[in-house]
Design a protein around this ligand. Structure first.
Ligand SMILES: [Zn+2]
Length: 243
């Protein structure tokens, strides 16, 4: 069951990579509700995410999330401790903190241009994230971490782009370009596979013929490496005979 879940997560992540330009390390924005759940089921977030996603990632939280947990007091003290261990992403609400939900909604924006993965149990936030194409959502189902399937909005965007109804985003264009380069579909591709010639002459015999030519054409700089090689070899052969 665990292997099946990991495979599903890998499959979903690769779709986000190919269609929305997500790249490792994934930026996972964690809110207080997610931290609270991890405490409730005693599931360390980083360790379990590492095993589940099998990718490079970074857990982030925001000052607004920490501020809200602080205001909620003792009941979420453990969750606050969990959130404090993550790097704080500097949202633009330093002077005027907003609710955690509003903060994360604003960070996602209309396009999720920073490519955040949202880790939350908040129903409203999940609903919002699902309306924006290209927002992966992580949540706990009891003590299991789940990367949610692509939302309808994301699937629609993928479908529109593949049918030419929508312009691919710059991130997606890069992704398409990379995929084409890998498939050698673009001229001047940096990836060139060496062609093997099974029927060609033996490379060792080629070297030998060059050496012979060099021996006949004296004074040419082109043949100097061959001469050196010959000297080294003769030295080696002398050593082997003396030892
Ligand atoms: Zn904020």
């Amino acid at each position: 069951m665990k292997i099946k879940r990991r495979k599903q997560a890998k499959h979903i992540l690769s779709a986000y990579r190919n269609f929305f330009g997500f790249r490792e390390p994934y930026q996972i924005l964690v809110d207080g509700t997610f931290c609270k759940m991890s405490v409730q089921y005693n599931v360390p977030i980083k360790d379990n995410l590492g095993k589940y996603l099998q990718s490079d990632f970074q857990c982030l939280t925001t000052r607004c999330v920490l501020n809200e947990l602080e205001m909620l007091g003792e009941s979420v003290y453990a969750a606050k401790m969990v959130a404090q261990r993550f790097q704080t992403y500097s949202c633009s609400h330093r002077k005027k903190p907003v609710s955690a939900q509003s903060c994360l909604k604003l960070l996602i924006g209309n396009e999720n241009s920073k490519k955040f993965v949202i880790a939350t149990q908040d129903f409203e936030l999940t609903k919002f994230a699902n309306q924006i194409p290209g927002v992966p959502v992580l949540y706990f189902h009891q003590n299991n971490l789940i990367l949610d399937k692509m939302s309808e909005a994301s699937l629609k965007r993928v479908n529109d782009i593949s049918q030419g109804k929508a312009e691919p985003t710059p991130a997606m264009q890069n992704s398409i370009q990379t995929l084409k380069m890998e498939a050698n579909l673009i001229s001047g591709s940096p990836i060139k596979k060496k062609r093997k010639r099974p029927g060609g002459p033996n490379s060792l015999s080629c070297k030998k013929s060059k050496k012979l030519k060099g021996a006949h054409q004296q004074g040419s700089a082109i043949h100097e490496p061959g001469d050196r090689r010959r000297k080294k070899r003769s030295r080696r052969s002398k050593q082997s005979t003396t030892s």
